[in-house]
Design a protein around this ligand. Structure first.
Ligand SMILES: Nc1nc2c(c(=O)[nH]1)N[C@H]1C(S)=C(S)[C@@H](COP(=O)(O)O)O[C@H]1N2
Ligand SMILES: [Mo]
Length: 435
């Protein structure tokens, strides 16, 4: 374990929003933070004498802001700390970098668009949709070029899928590293996509019998390319233009991205401009070799595209300590599998001596995140928290040592081992490893 304070989250930045600063009378309580929350919870049990209930607050005395203050709504200024965060020392520059979804602050299964982690190799391209085209060429009967309007005339579908970068949890291969679920497990998001089945577009072009691979290419400066077997392309891949009902965000590939359900994020080419059909994959392309898992003997695993079942407790966790002391405690987390659904998650509070089946809540969708809860009464003694996902295929999430026994220590990608958080008597949590 490296210095647990290294990634301690800075205090919530004040809102830069002018409407909020006009209401400067609010800022006194804005700065209060966690201590106040804890105090308020303690008072709730006794009730009497709480000024917050006895006195009329300012927001009740005066009108709030009018309907046109925010033509596009933004979160409450009190939620200003709930943002994507970067780990500056991980990458050299922000255009070829990664940030992380604040999963420790979220609930349910849907990631809000503005909080979806970003991974770009050449920055986020800003594309005029009217000028954008998608071409299908290579081993097809009839090469085609689609405008965005053309794409929107094909039958559409809606699906909720998680996208996980293969490098998610990659820093944890050799031992506990980063102190927060956002950093250890935040290279993931889960949104509802609206798009057209890739199969419809390929059928329109007519794939020749020797067309075995589809090679998507992005319009960004990285011109990212990957190779996808034709079976997957014809199965459930989508050419998507909406996320959670609205247009894709620029950083998620506006105006159109490829969705490759259950498979590693690298294949989900953003700013999609071309799909070349070929008879063999683009092995020589840099990105294909980069995302290869190294085994202990130096050999590499090839074609490891599916994301195996995985889970993490999002709260309590290092960035989401227990602030209210002993008593009722909601333990919650996320589980997902690139091969199906998650019918069951087990949770332990004693480092694996006893496991309890968690309560699943919310939709259980194929290749989507699942939400689980374990509601306990905390006696204030230290906890060793772990969660273990069961995939609908029967596969069970392995421990980190089980994973290392098979994969060695030289990997970065596809780390789906069981995560442990140690919570002390004060409710402070940290990233540890116990097996
Ligand atoms: N065109 C293009 N597509 C891309 C990338 C890129 O750099 N350029 N990064 C890939 C990687 S490695 C991942 S993990 C996902 C990240 O998607 P997100 O930014 O929506 O989280 O996009 C993939 N698609
Ligand atoms: Mo990635």
């Amino acid at each position: 374990m490296t210095d647990p304070n290294r990634l301690r989250v800075p205090a919530a930045p004040r809102s830069a929003d002018p409407a909020a600063s006009r209401r400067a009378f609010l800022t006194g309580s804005l700065a209060a933070g966690g201590a106040l929350v804890a105090a308020a919870a303690a008072r709730a049990s006794t009730g009497a004498g709480d000024p917050a209930i006895l006195e009329i607050p300012d927001w009740t005395r005066y009108n709030g802001f009018g309907v046109d203050e925010y033509p596009y709504g933004v979160p409450s200024p009190y939620e200003a700390h709930v943002v994507r965060r970067n780990v500056p020392w991980l990458t050299a520059e922000s255009v070829s970098s990664i940030n992380f979804t604040p999963i420790h602050e979220l609930d349910g299964i849907i990631t809000p668009n503005g909080l979806c982690f970003e991974r770009h190799h050449g920055g986020a391209a800003e594309i005029d949709p009217a000028q954008h085209r998608l071409m299908i060429n290579g081993l097809v009967d009839k090469p085609l070029v689609f405008t965005m309007d053309d794409l929107k005339r094909f039958p559409r579908e809606n699906h909720v899928y998680f996208l996980e970068c293969a490098a998610n949890t990659g820093m944890e291969w050799r031992g506990a590293q980063l102190n927060g679920a956002q950093y250890t497990h935040g290279m993931i998001h889960n949104v509802m996509y609206t798009g057209v089945k890739l199969k419809h577009l390929l059928d329109e072009a007519g794939v020749k019998t020797n067309g075995k691979w589809v090679m998507p290419e992005g319009a960004d400066s990285a011109a990212m390319t990957r190779s996808i077997p034709i079976e997957k392309a014809m199965d459930d891949c989508l050419v998507a233009f909406k996320m959670n009902g609205e247009a894709l965000r620029t950083e998620q590939g506006y105006p159109v991205r490829l969705v490759v359900p259950g498979w590693e994020g690298n294949m989900w080419v953003k700013w999609l401009r071309r799909l070349e059909v070929g008879d063999e994959p683009w092995h020589h392309r840099e990105e294909t070799s980069k995302y290869t898992d190294m085994l202990a003997d130096g050999r590499s695993r090839r074609f490891t595209w599916e994301m195996d079942a995985k889970s993490v407790i999002t709260s309590p966790s290092p960035q989401a300590p227990i602030l209210h002391g002993k008593g009722p405690l909601v333990i919650t987390g996320l589980a997902w599998s690139g091969r199906g659904t998650i019918p069951r998650v087990d949770v332990t509070i004693d480092g694996g001596k006893n496991w309890t089946e968690a309560r699943m809540s919310g939709p259980s969708l194929d290749k989507s995140m699942h939400r689980f809860y374990l509601d306990i009464v905390w006696d204030g003694s230290p906890l060793l928290l772990q969660s273990r996902a069961h995939c609908s295929t029967g596969y069970v999430q392995p421990t980190k040592s089980e994973l290392r026994a098979v994969r060695g220590e030289n990997s970065i990608y596809h780390n789906n081992g069981i995560q442990t958080w140690y919570v002390n008597e004060q409710g402070v949590a940290e990233n540890v490893e116990i097996s």
